[in-house]
Design a protein around this ligand. Structure first.
Ligand SMILES: *Cc1c(COP(=O)(O)O)cnc(C)c1O
Length: 434
């Protein structure tokens, strides 16, 4: 499964050149392996559950281009549909029939969505939905949770600094304090903190935004009472509840985490899977809110390539494949087998670890756990994770290069891939100090 001697000469050559051409050698930071150390692998092609690097090594891929590849990479039906659509042009800049098709599918699937606006990324979806929440409520403050990621827009680049529990300070230079001053933060799964903020700022918070299952602080499950409590508190105060389902939409369940947990937010953002591997994002919600969006209403938001026929086609085909019976049961089965296997090996070898999964999304931390928020996630042994990551990579298993990212399986991952992964994990964990 791996080349007899794992070498990455060509990856290194290309990445060294890339570092002279692009900041950090990448187009998105986490790809650079900074948090696990060592040089990143340069991919040549992907297919099904696998990725091949430029040196010819093959990997079982648990990143799946960060979520979109839920049907398996380069699914033949998706690729064929894209090729056919491309014959008619790649972008119209005018209305296109395919937008209606994908919009109808999204509206039928996601309980909170009665109307939808297509954009080109998850970041754009969250920016648009945030502006809409502020426009609808006439309020400016927002409440987000520590460790939740909502794209790289200024307002969202805040986690609570220790000791500055509620006042938003920017995570990145270049973000004005005046912008993040309106961003309040609270620990995930902590209703008491949320209630306190609503007592402090009654009638001022436009929206509470969260990942309904966290994937950007590692994999963290919500307590259902937490989600229910947020629904109640926001309703009482007149704030909007926003589920950022860019990662969880069509992954946890065909109707997203909101269908799985049976909690209906006011606004929902989508991305990743609905583009089937091409750049797409979307935001949607109740008709009365969405009709504020231009040109139906006064809230401006636009996009040259938004709703283009190529991306719509990839999304439509992907959702068609996900709409077949048994799909989410299959994802749950293969992912549980993987996660229970990993946990079993760690327990047996005496490595403190906690893990979890829901459908085709999973995670594990090198700490006894449980992990219910970002603070606890940060207490895990990231050193051990880095060594584990490297060991797995050398054995042909490609995991997300950070302890604080979720893992993804696809419909192309089967028992053979899981068993190979567990065999590699046993070797690596056996060699690591407890
Ligand atoms: C990936 C992600 C985003 C950002 O999407 P991009 O397409 O990378 O801009 C926003 N929110 C969540 C929950 C995500 O996982």
């Amino acid at each position: 499964m791996v080349a007899p001697v794992w070498h990455t000469t060509e990856s290194q050559r290309i990445f060294n050149q890339a570092q002279r051409l692009m900041p950090g050698g990448v187009s998105s930071p986490v790809r650079a392996f900074k948090s696990v150390g060592g040089q990143p692998i340069v991919f040549d092609r992907v297919q099904g559950a696998y990725a091949w690097d430029v040196d010819g090594n093959r990997y079982v891929d648990y990143v799946g281009t960060w979520g979109p590849a839920i049907c398996g990479h380069a699914h033949p039906e998706v690729i064929e549909a894209i090729c056919t659509a491309a014959q008619k042009g790649t972008s119209f800049g005018a209305p296109c029939r395919l937008e209606n098709v994908l919009a109808e599918m999204v509206i039928a699937a996601v309980p909170s969505i009665e109307m939808v606006r297509f954009v080109n990324s998850g970041t754009e979806a969250c920016m648009g939905a945030l502006r809409l929440a502020r426009a609808f409520t006439g309020r400016e403050k927002i409440l987000k949770f520590e460790g939740c990621y909502h794209g790289h827009a200024d307002t969202f680049l805040v986690k609570a600094g220790s000791g500055v529990a509620t006042l938003g300070l920017p995570d990145s230079p270049g973000v004005p304090k005046s912008v993040t001053a309106a961003t309040l933060t609270a620990p995930y799964n902590d209703l008491t903190a949320v209630k306190a903020l609503f007592r402090e700022y009654p009638g001022e918070i436009a929206t509470v935004i969260l990942e309904p299952v966290v994937g950007n602080a590692g994999f963290i499950l919500p307590q259902r009472e937490f989600l229910m409590g947020l629904r109640e508190i926001t309703q009482q105060d007149g704030a909007l509840l926003m589920f950022d389902e860019v990662m969880t939409g069509f992954r946890i369940h065909y109707g997203g985490a909101q269908a799985y947990f049976d909690i209906t937010p006011d606004l929902t953002t989508l991305g990743k899977i609905i583009g089937g591997g091409l750049p797409v994002g979307a935001y949607g919600g109740r008709r009365e809110i969405m009709e504020l969006v231009a040109p139906a209403g006064p809230m401006y938001q636009a996009g040259t390539l938004s709703g283009n026929p190529l991306a719509m086609t990839a999304g439509i085909k992907t959702l068609e494949l996900l709409g077949k019976p048994g799909v989410y049961e299959q994802l749950e089965q293969v992912t549980s087998r993987l996660v229970q296997g990993l946990q079993g090996i760690a327990d047996e070898l005496g490595h403190p670890m906690c893990s979890g999964n829901l459908s085709g999304m999973f995670g594990f931390f090198f700490t006894p756990g449980p992990v219910t928020n970002y603070e606890q996630a940060k207490a895990s042994d990231v050193q051990k994770f880095s060594r584990f990551h490297r060991g797995m990579l050398e054995r042909g298993i490609y995991l997300a290069p950070s302890q604080f990212e979720a893992g993804f399986t696809s419909l192309a991952h089967g028992e053979a891939e899981v068993d190979a992964t567990l065999a590699a994990a046993r070797e690596v964990l056996s060699a690591l100090p407890r």
